[in-house]
Design a protein around this ligand. Structure first.
Ligand code: CTP
Ligand code: MG
Length: 370
């Protein structure tokens, strides 16, 4: 049997990027031989094995053909007579279809190295369209490598357009779309992910609510990257111009985990209330609306998001620190002190609100309007 390094590891090594995981392809072997060598079979649909020591993935060379809709509609053929070239041709991009043998020789029948050097993300063959997730993968790779000058090939974009047009993207699971999207948001140019999807007319099934405000999101995401904002903040920034209803619908559709959905909801509902002209009362109201006392970290993220939305980012970012500090101070107030003063029931809440208001009033007179 022959073993080759393939996929992301070869690509990233050629780009002088850190290689985080290595995928291998095995030509000329049967599952029985792999098991006899101590490999552990993991793939249910595909013959994929884990190396007994390194736990890296070793897949038997295979061909794939689509037999229906969605992720499960595959006929997979893996046998010792499947060649490396046959395995590589069913892969998504030429830059992902370069193999490297044990001696360090590159096997590159589909000219991945040429495309790597000319900074092109190009599909290998028509087999690209057999997996609709690839539309999102290409957009994610574009977001990851945009700063190196990579562009999606026109013919690949038009293939992606056909795939979107065929309705196939709707058959993907929310989990897979979410995973690509949140990974893309963590890349250097997350805005490119949505730009590519827009050009591929691939936003209708999963992200229709974002189409109208995409242009506004670009600069926000760029600022978020400069500020090294976390991925939940980046996600939330997409919703500054989306209605609460649209935001909720989209978050449900892609099954965004709670922390992402909640922050997105806050941004969609309340980011407009974050303005430098706010009075102490306005800030207090905003804190109450955002449940800042019970969820201080989430409120902190909300503030960060707001400073990245605001077109006048300088002014709004100078608000962030005093606001953080004020909220922190005000959330230290405990009901206990008021109970000891003899207050009962709703009186306690009212008194706490007044005390918080005092803290805001003092701080905001001192720091913000001086
Ligand atoms: N939908 C997919 C998923 C994977 N692959 C192929 O399988 C390889 C490994 O997949 P994966 O680990 O998901 O991607 P990487 O290219 O390694 O990229 P990453 O850095 O994101 O891991 C890819 O390079 C590609 O050749 C594919 O053709 N189509
Ligand atoms: Mg990989």
């Amino acid at each position: 049997m022959d073993v080759y390094l393939v996929g992301g590891a070869v690509r990233d090594e050629l780009l002088n990027r850190r290689v985080t995981e290595r995928d291998w392809v095995v030509v000329g072997a049967t599952p029985e031989e792999m098991l006899a060598k101590g490999f552990e079979q993991v793939g249910k649909d595909f013959p994929v094995f884990l190396h007994p020591k390194t736990k890296e993935e070793y897949a038997l060379a295979r061909t794939e053909r689509k037999s229906g809709s969605g992720y499960t509609g595959f006929v997979c053929y893996a046998a010792p007579d499947v060649t490396l070239e046959q395995d590589l041709i069913r892969r998504d991009l030429t830059v992902n279809a370069i193999a490297k043998d044990n001696d360090g020789n590159l096997i590159d029948p589909y000219h991945g190295v040429r495309d790597l050097n000319s900074r092109i993300l190009r599909h290998v063959s028509e087999a690209f369209s057999e997996d609709p997730l690839r539309v999102f993968r290409v957009a994610r790779f574009a977001a990851r490598y945009a700063h190196l000058g990579f562009k999606v090939a026109e013919e690949t974009l038009s293939l992606m357009r056909n795939m979107a047009d065929s309705g196939e993207l709707a058959h993907l699971t929310a989990e897979r779309v979410w995973k690509e999207t949140i990974r893309a948001l963590g890349e250097n140019n997350p805005e490119v992910y949505f730009q590519v999807l827009e050009r591929a007319e691939a936003l209708n099934d999963w992200f229709p609510e974002l189409i109208a405000s995409l242009k506004n999101s670009d600069s926000r995401l760029e600022r978020a990257v400069s500020a090294k904002a976390s991925d939940d903040i980046r996600w939330a920034l997409l919703f500054a111009n989306t209605s609460a209803e649209g935001t909720e619908t989209l978050c449900k559709r892609v099954k965004a985990p709670n922390k992402y959905a909640q922050l997105a909801m806050l941004v969609s509902r309340f980011s407009k209330a974050f303005t430098p002209s706010n009075t102490a009362d306005d800030w207090l109201k905003l804190c109450n609306q955002c449940d800042a006392w019970r969820k201080p970290e989430r409120f902190t993220d909300f503030i960060t998001a707001c400073t990245l939305i605001n077109d006048n980012a300088d002014i709004s970012s100078s608000l962030a620190t005093p606001l953080h500090e004020t909220v922190k101070e005000a959330s230290k107030l405990s009901a206990k002190a008021f109970v000891e003063q003899g207050l009962r029931g709703p009186q306690i809440g009212e008194a706490m609100n007044l005390a918080r208001r005092d803290i805001f009033e003092k701080r905001f007179r001192l720091d913000l309007f001086s």
